[in-house]
Design a protein around this ligand. Structure first.
Ligand SMILES: Cc1cc2nc3c(=O)[nH]c(=O)nc-3n(C[C@H](O)[C@H](O)[C@H](O)COP(=O)(O)OP(=O)(O)OC[C@H]3O[C@@H](n4cnc5c(N)ncnc54)[C@H](O)[C@@H]3O)c2cc1C
Length: 462
């Protein structure tokens, strides 16, 4: 499935901060012309100081950006409003993130090697059968992962400020500084905090879905899903079932356009769901998800309830002057899977690399064209992935019969291998032509069966 779709879109690229939506905008001639702008090295050398960059937000995007900047010789400030932030999140990360970001294994709660996809009629398909012995999906608690990445940035020289970013004054001329306004908190003293300002040469907005940095530069809005999650502590014998297993539930009851999940954590499971189209019904969908998993989480105690927006597509504008957005602030969550942690960390790092390179390791002022290189690289690398997952969501999450067909297809080992390889390694996996053909026929078969089923259901209900 994934391979067929991926091939269709490989080679297309989306570029420029003006592209509002991966799903609808194709690159135009103008986009390509813009993408060809080459950084002029007319920016001044900085003399007796290094480039100063503020990263706003200390989630995976901010932590990774700050680490890369600090290692690259840039004077780095990381402003995070809550150093013990517990981001509402399923916490599933792909295997490649562990290697690429050199994550220690002790921050990973569970190594999931079995994934059950459960259809509207409760047909369960094991979709991890093709995993190799060393392969797994990592399950992390965000308070642990985020703190780890932030601390590592600090060890490499970033100055971490516990503060709430409020707004910024834009520079009056080409090389003038941005003036950031924030409230600094003192963790030990508590209280309302102290109003402060900071002058920097560039800003990376990593402050998540409700980004104030995005507002400061007029980035425009995006459509978003609301995701709801309960952390449920379940009896030990029940926890044993989820030792290395995660579940995904699909159906109109759990979400009209997303999926419900049960993900295992160290001593509890995270049960959640999301929706874009029926936000007002989110609690109803959450109850349905809990009901579907009822037998397996019976006797559990809800220890935390959390909800947060998930962006649906990139913001219309992700760059302005020497300010760039990364992670959720930019809108980098994939549809269908709702995955954003890896893309946040990766975009933070990629943006910081562009700053380090453009500033010649902090020795020179940067320009918008230096930061634009990050956007070009990002869009070129990930546009096909976003497009494919967008398409899959449209085809398979639109009705219960389509979801039944989807789960049926997931039983195919070839589908599993392609899907897991794409997820775990974030690469476009080359397919096997014969298997692709077989799969295309099977997919059509599943959809035809699903539609026939739907027609029968409609007849019965009319
Ligand atoms: C319920 C739910 C489940 C999810 N499950 C998964 C999953 O299983 N796997 C996956 O890959 N993705 C998942 N996601 C998506 C994932 O959580 C995000 O894509 C990811 O957190 C984005 O990282 P980020 O660093 O860009 O932003 P965030 O993680 O949102 O971090 C932003 C940081 O900025 C700080 N901040 C915000 N405003 C300010 C300010 N004004 N001043 C200072 N600091 C500020 C915040 O405190 C926060 O620490 C899920 C999302 C939700 C809501």
């Amino acid at each position: 499935m994934a391979s067929i779709a991926l091939k269709t879109f490989t080679g297309l690229r989306q570029s420029s901060e003006k592209t509002p939506h991966f799903a609808v905008q194709r690159p135009t001639k103008t986009h390509f012309q813009k993408a060809r702008i080459v950084a002029s090295k007319t920016s001044p050398k900085l003399g007796n100081r290094n480039l100063r960059v503020a990263v706003i937000g200390g989630g995976p995007a901010g932590g990774s950006a700050a680490e890369t900047l600090a290692k690259g010789g840039v004077e780095t400030f990381l402003i995070e409003r809550k150093l013990d932030n517990c981001k509402p999140c399923g916490g599933a990360i792909p295997l490649c993130m562990v290697g690429e970001f050199d994550l220690p294994l002790d921050i990973i709660d569970r190594k999931v090697t079995k994934m059950k996809m459960i259809s509207p009629s409760n047909v369960a398909v094991d979709i991890g059968r093709t995993l190799k012995p060393h392969e797994y999906i990592g399950m992390v608690r965000r308070e642990i992962l985020d703190a780890y990445l932030r601390d590592r940035a600090a060890e490499n020289g970033a100055k971490v400020i516990n503060g709430l970013f409020l707004k910024m004054d834009l520079p009056g001329d080409r090389n003038a500084p941005y003036l950031l306004h924030y409230t600094e908190y003192n963790g030990t003293k508590g209280g309302v905090g102290e109003k402060k300002t900071l002058e920097v040469d560039a800003v990376i907005g990593a402050d998540g879905a409700n980004s104030r940095v995005a507002k400061s530069i007029g980035s425009g809005d995006y459509e978003y899903a609301i995701a709801f999650q309960e952390r449920v502590r379940i009896p030990e014998d029940k926890m044993a079932y989820y030792e290395n297993l995660a579940e995904m539930y699909v159906g109109d009851d759990v979400s009209p356009d997303f999926y419900g999940w049960v993900f295992p954590k160290c001593d509890h499971v995270a049960v959640g769901t999301g929706t874009v189209t029926h936000k007002g019904d989110i609690k109803k969908f959450q109850l349905a998800t809990r009901n579907r998993a009822r037998d397996k989480i019976m006797g559990g105690q809800i220890i935390r309830v959390e909800a947060h927006p998930i962006p649906e597509h990139p913001r219309p504008r992700r760059l302005s002057g020497r300010v760039a957005l990364v992670g959720d602030a930019a809108g980098y969550v994939t549809k269908c899977s709702g995955e954003g942690i890896y893309f946040a960390a990766k975009s933070g790092r990629m943006c910081a690399e562009a700053v380090v390179e453009g500033s010649e390791n902090g020795k020179r002022m940067v320009e918008e064209s230096d930061l634009r290189k990050y956007l070009e690289k990002w869009d070129k690398t990930y546009w096909p992935t976003y497009k494919v997952l967008d398409l899959l969501q449209k085809v398979f999450y639109r009705s219960n019969p389509a979801r039944e067909a989807f789960v049926e297809m997931c039983a195919d080992e070839y589908v599993q291998k392609m899907t897991f390889d794409s997820y775990l390694y974030k690469t476009v996996v080359p397919g096997n032509p014969l298997e692709d053909l077989k799969l295309a026929v099977n997919t059509i078969g599943s959809l035809v069966r699903a539609n026939a089923l739907r027609r029968e259901m409609e007849k019965l209900s009319s």
